[in-house]
Design a protein around this ligand. Structure first.
Ligand code: SAH
Ligand code: DHB
Ligand code: MG
Length: 222
């Protein structure tokens, strides 16, 4: 199995089931023009986030890691007109591109991008009494995933869904001797989830246009 084959199969499904429309294409073009890395979710993964948010009946979404707002658009489009999405982004240049992309997608009434380190923004959100969020998408600096999980649990309710991107990273997650801080962050988060009886979770490996990676899905039970 090669990356070329994964691309071909991703294109087959994406062309038929989740083609980028004008706003999504423009968002990717704006990200590219601004020199942002192409590390957002793939189109079929964005559609997966969208379908999970719809299935969840989500009215409120918290995203950690905005980049250019590509995943944000997919999630925001699952919300009702009076829904609310808050996305946290460290890099002001990324946040600026994302805000323009969200406005172009007609989502600026629903979606807000907050600039700053998420570990500063999350306590501020809690202090404001934000939440509980129906869905949280964790997709920022992976070394902080254990902290992001803790904050996600403070900002959710029984029945909420937490989704974490990039939990496989080429398979490194299963290496017990890894010293990669990103992989350590994912491993520690998985241990936290495993030790918490109030959570029910799984993780699935994915291949496709973004390589070999995976998502974790966590339901807050109580
Ligand atoms: N969710 C996006 C991709 C996010 S890429 C999509 O799928 O379209 C990861 C993003 O997290 C980058 O934009 C990076 O700047 C941001 N990030 C990294 N460290 C962060 C931190 N400490 N707080 C908030 N955002 C951070
Ligand atoms: C990286 C981050 C992501 O969220 C992703 O989906 C792929 C790569 C990165 O930081 O390299
Ligand atoms: Mg990601």
């Amino acid at each position: 199995m090669s990356q070329e084959q994964w691309n071909t199969v991703d294109r087959y499904f994406t062309d038929r089931l989740s083609p980028d429309d004008e706003a999504l294409s423009a968002a990717l073009a704006a990200a590219d023009a601004a020199g942002l890395p192409a590390i957002g979710v793939a189109p079929n993964q964005g559609k997966l986030l969208h379908l999970l948010a719809l299935t969840q009946g989500a009215r409120t979404v918290l995203e950690i890691g905005t980049l250019a707002g590509y995943s944000t658009i997919w999630l925001g489009r699952a919300l009702p007109d009076d829904g609310r999405l808050i996305s946290l982004e460290y890099d002001p240049a990324h946040a600026e591109v994302a805000r323009a992309n969200l406005a172009h997608a007609g989502l600026d009434k629903i979606a807000e991008v907050r600039t700053g380190a998420a570990l500063d923004s999350l306590p501020a959100l809690a202090a404001e009494g934000a939440g509980p969020f129906d869905l949280v998408f964790i997709d920022a600096d992976k070394r902080n995933n254990p902290h992001y999980l803790e904050w996600a649990l403070k900002l959710t309710r029984p029945g909420s869904l937490i989704i974490v991107d990039n939990v496989v990273r080429g398979g490194g997650v299963a290496d017990p001797d890894t010293t990669d801080p990103s992989m350590r962050g994912v491993q520690l988060m998985i241990e936290q989830i495993a030790a918490n009886p109030k959570l029910s979770a799984t993780a699935v490996q994915t291949v496709g246009s973004k390589g070999y990676d995976g998502f974790a899905l966590i339901r807050v039970l109580a």
